[in-house]
Design a protein around this ligand. Structure first.
Ligand code: GLA
Length: 587
């Protein structure tokens, strides 16, 4: 018997009437030393439950290898949630959307390009089953049936927006059940008749995702399921941002009024997001509806807790609303955390990228370029090199475009950029002499996480030609970024040459605390503090600062490394006490 059961219009927990008042908090977007803090703040806002997805792509980076430590130590997160008195909703996918690289589906799944993702295709379901075989044993002790905090588990995610393979949904349900998951199961779909019909499963709760028009969406849920709990499984109280787009925000008053409507209607709710956190490293996803649009590094989401964990206006407004319907702890609301004093960091050592890569082993040689997926290194960057047999002015043509952004160099000098976002396939170049070197540095800017383009390949996607003649004899290599210590840094004042380079500096910290990295004069690249990969920066905005979690810093000397892909007008960066996520687009 699961701990959480349903009645004709609600839930019972251990037989007692229970309303889920939950907030989304993805452990993999928050530094593990901050989990306790965020969970405590969830409880203090009046939440009785937190919800998290599980990113399959991080938990199983290679087939058969389960990672469950550090940022991915889900059993620890569940223990901490329980210690805080919170219940947990788990959303193991396989697909999670979530503005997460590939919607959480591991890139290695598409090593068979014909695989039909999120269907009954046994190549897909077998891979998921094998993952569950490893994943579930360490999680089962944390299910409510075994005394843990997990009271419900989601099957797939918004499947009604994607497919209609009911046998596949039933397979996911069965895969969980046969491996010992006894808890209540639910699905989660956009709250309209079509999606609910295609994405729900008999015998499981149908949750709905929406941000407004509460009465209309609850009516759609009720029409779909005349009996049972009303559950808004994602109540969108903010939104995510794309590079080059606005920074989305939503007023606290507006979101709180809709929360009030939901609770007044007797519904259960999962606030998406209670705390968004950060797409650290290369974990951000992308959308592709007509055009490719990668998601920024911050997943602040204009949530109740800001990216740095500070309570925002929504935190206080939601707490007031919740207090009208449920007990809220009689403790003061949390205060913002201290921030590091303003600090300027001089980046006085430099290591140009392309000459360094030329010294490394490990290139794959072939007649034609291979994709990053075929190189076995789908995230980050790859460098492609060949020679051009003919001199002169002409068009360089990349058949099938690039995935996702390619910087082109002739004899080491930058000659232009192609972007998937603009559907670029050609670049005019001047080749000074026959036999000049052509190098193409390609960035995977994030795997599409919604719709039919999930799993689309990255890197160079087809033959490359110059003046109509296909170029052969390629050397293709991933760009290793896991050992920054191995980079050949040299002292440098240079700022002027526009070539990709690593830049490094040290700065002193007295007492570690949260801070925000501002990069005035820098263009586009990656940032690491003490080896922790903060993620991508881009002067295009809207995001102009990167969140640096306090636990990444240490008393004394700290190390900052940037990989700048283009140019910088200065040699300094700032650590500031205020985030700059861009001009707001209020809704
Ligand atoms: C849907 C998905 C979530 C997320 C939101 C938008 O509801 O289920 O994973 O992508 O949209 O933030």
């Amino acid at each position: 018997m699961p701990a959480l059961t349903t009645t004709s219009d609600g839930f019972l927990l251990h037989g007692e009437p229970f309303r889920i008042i939950s907030g989304a908090l993805h452990y993999f977007r928050v530094h593990p030393d901050q989990w306790t803090d965020r969970l405590r703040k969830a409880r203090l806002m009046g939440l009785n439950t937190v919800e998290t997805y599980l990113p399959w792509n991080l938990h199983e980076p290679e087939p058969g290898t389960l990672v469950l430590d550090g940022l991915l130590d889900l059993p620890r997160f569940l223990r901490l949630a329980q210690a805080e008195g919170l219940h947990v909703l788990l959303r193991p996918g396989p697909y999670i959307c979530a503005e997460w690289d590939g919607g959480g589906l591991p890139a290695w799944l598409v090593s068979d390009p014909d695989i039909r993702l999120r269907t009954s295709d046994p190549r897909f379901t077998d891979a998921f089953d094998r993952y569950l075989d490893q994943l579930l044993p360490p999680l089962l002790p944390h299910l409510a049936a075994n005394g843990g905090p997990v009271i419900a588990v989601q099957v797939e995610n918004e499947y009604g927006a994607y497919g209609d393979d009911t046998a596949y949904l039933a397979h996911v349900e069965e895969a969980l059940r046969t491996r010992g998951v006894e808890e209540l199961l639910f699905t989660c779909d956009q709250a309209n008749a079509k999606h609910l019909a295609a994405g729900s499963l008999p015998g499981t709760v149908s949750g709905g995702t929406f941000g407004g028009r509460v009465d209309e969406h609850l009516a759609a849920l009720r029409a779909h399921r005349p009996e049972g709990p009303l559950f808004c499984s994602e109540f969108w109280i903010g939104w995510f941002d794309h590079w080059g787009g606005p920074h989305h925000t939503r007023s606290a008053e507006n979101a709180a009024a809709d929360l009030d409507r939901l609770l007044a209607a007797g519904a259960s709710v999962n606030i998406y997001m209670f705390h968004g956190g950060t797409n650290f490293g290369f974990t951000n996803g992308a959308n592709h509806h007509h055009t490719y649009a990668p998601t920024v590094t911050s997943y602040d989401y204009d949530a109740a807790l800001a990216e740095s964990g500070d309570p925002g206006p929504k935190y206080h407004a939601f707490r007031d609303v919740i207090a009208r319907y449920a007990p809220v702890p009689d403790e003061p609301a949390p205060a913002p955390s201290p921030k590091l004093p303003l600090t300027t960091v001089a980046l006085d050592r430099r290591a140009p990228l392309l000459p360094h890569l030329r010294t490394l082993e490990g290139a794959v040689r072939g007649e034609d370029p291979v994709t990053m997926d075929e190189l076995g290194a789908p995230t980050g960057y790859a460098l492609y090199r060949t020679t051009v047999p003919a001199a002169g002015d002409g068009l360089l043509h990349f058949a099938g475009g690039v995935g996702d952004r390619a910087q082109v160099f002739v004899d080491g000098a930058s000659v232009g950029v192609l972007e998937r976002e603009r559907h670029d396939e050609t670049l005019p170049v001047r080749v000074p002499y026959a036999g000049a070197t052509l190098e193409v540095l390609v960035e995977n800017q994030g795997g599409v996480n919604y719709g039919p383009r999930i799993g689309a390949p990255k890197g160079l996607l087809g033959p490359v030609s110059f003046q109509g003649t296909v170029l052969h004899g390629w050397e293709c290599r991933p760009v290793p970024l896991d050992d920054l210590e191995a980079l050949p840094f040299e002292p440098s004042e240079a700022t002027s040459d526009a070539v990709p380079a690593f830049h490094r500096g040290t700065f002193e910290v007295e007492t570690p605390a949260d801070t925000f990295l501002a990069l005035p004069g820098w263009t586009k690249g990656q940032a690491w503090v003490n080896g922790f990969h903060l993620g991508r920066y881009w002067n295009r905005g809207p995001q102009h600062t990167l969140y640096v979690p306090g636990p990444v810093l240490r008393p004394g000397a700290n190390d900052l490394v940037l990989l700048e892909l283009h140019a910088t007008t200065g040699t300094r960066v700032q650590l500031t006490d205020t985030p700059d996520l861009g001009p707001e687009n209020h809704s």
